[in-house]
Design a binder for this molecule. Sequence first.
Ligand code: ZN
Length: 307
Amino acid sequence: MCESLPADPYLAFLDELVTARLLIPSGVRGVYGRGGDFEHVVEQFERLVTREGRPEKAEVMRFPPLLNRAHYAKINHIHNFPDLMGSVDTFTGNEADHRAMIDTFQTGGDWTRSLVPAETMLVPAACYPMFPTATGTLGEAGRTVDLRTFVFRHEPSDDPARMQIFRQREYVRLGTADQALDHRDAWLRRGKALLESLGLPVEAVVANDPFFGRGGRLAKATQREQTLKYELVVPICSTEKPTAVSSTNYHLDYFGKAFDILLPDGSPAHSACIGFGLERIALALFKHHGLSLERWPREIRERLELD
Ligand code: ZN
């Protein structure tokens, strides 16, 4: 008798998702098209979030997945997450430069050396494009903003839940430290209850961002000590390493300082956000309720108002 090696649980789930036409491979790890049922779940989950968020009377803002490069330069992303960034390049040369690039391209050389950076970076988090638009003095009530966009993180992986480009739905609060923390705490409870109502085993855990390099160790420790980040985690491919499907972040007055967002007393505003990883939530639902929507438990189908 020969024992077969245990299959990689990430590749095995990815294979099931592709076979069920929920994800459509692109040839690049972590970049997929989405099938109809997958999109349906994402859309219906978002509607649920919108209903939960209605009492907030949040301003709706939708940004494309591109960030002004000058705004990118005002945040510490280049120091903290250089390995995750995405920069947009283009060609701005003359005809002679073009001919040279085509020659290089046709002989299999590195034609990308002919490119130059465009005015934009890919958006690393859904709330980033909003902060630079909030420069100025807030009213006493602060502001709450509802955001959604595709975000990019260069981390090619066989884990279907670790995509390079995926959607985040966020509610961001700008205001005093208390307003930001109240928002964070309320949404952490609300987000957990929302996911539990969909039959997902959710846990809230203190977390840290994947700060780069040796210098990043201190940043990770500080973020955890100050409990600035919580994640709502659900097992998808692994019970030992559950997947963060949602996270809350308290930014202190970091964005207030970076973009001159001020409180009525002239001090920098604080901010906090909750982000729902829409693809990860859909994947968690498919993992826990099966790949066929028709066979999902009736209460889950009703809760999501699935067709
Ligand atoms: Zn955010």
